[in-house]
Design a protein around this ligand. Sequence first.
Ligand SMILES: [Zn+2]
Length: 313
Amino acid sequence: MNGINYLFNETSLYTKEVFKIFVLNDGKYEYDKKEFLRFIYYVGYGQDKLVSYCHLCKKEFPFSYKTELFEFTKYFKDTDYYMIVADKDGQNPGRISISDGIILGLVPPYDKELLVNNKIWYMNYFFNCTRNGSHKYMMMISIELKDGNFIVRKIGQNPSMLTVKGFDFDKYKKVLEKLDAYEDYKKADLSNADHFHVGAYAYLRRIFEKMINQYLGKTELKDDHMDTKIDAVKDYFDPRIKNLLKNLYGILSVGIHELSEEQSKEYYEYLKAIIDMQLEYVQTENDKDKQSKELAGVLSKITNLITKQKKDY
Ligand SMILES: [Zn+2]
């Protein structure tokens, strides 16, 4: 886990991370400072810079940032403490310093009912690209203290994960629209970004099936098996990938049930790269067709011109 980079770049909205800061022991809450330091690291306190893709620079850059901690409708700027034990009768309340995890005021262990429960803090992050300070990112998290745990959720982010990750859906838009697969292509990446890998694989498979069906057209086949279909149309594919097609379809069809969450995530990029190679191939072929038609037009014009000039002499 890489602190602020992980939280901003890799964590999708509403994912929760639980930190067991206070542990009940003999009816009293004991403080686990090590766990609090892990929390501090996770939310990015005291870290120098966020490294993220700047969608305006179109490159990865460090971002400097400021944070602002607040409660619902209650802003306390420059507050560096979490109040964890209520201020009773004007006594010194217990509070944890954000910067180093040290507790000030009333010290633990705390009676069970003394520790604040069901309380939510919010934190805003304001990021500025270090290459150009007017490139601004923003993030918001909630920190809930519940039964001794700090529960952290990312609840807002601008721009979205997809923009931050530099997704470019429109690169193959024309080709995809001809396949009626533009929405599938977007949904595949959106599902993957949301860690919904079964969905991501299913959308890639749909794109692949639409490719096969388009190439098949009205071709008659001896049976309906995917292998038969692939054999019939494989010459429409980029020669560099045409021997990978059966494997690709096999993985997209059944692989997802056999793969772990981590493996699915890791392999998605490779499987999509094969689809992208074909989209690139079709697009380049289309461009070349267009170009050669234009060239043919120009050539016949020149030929006509020469013929005409010969006649004129
Ligand atoms: Zn920038």
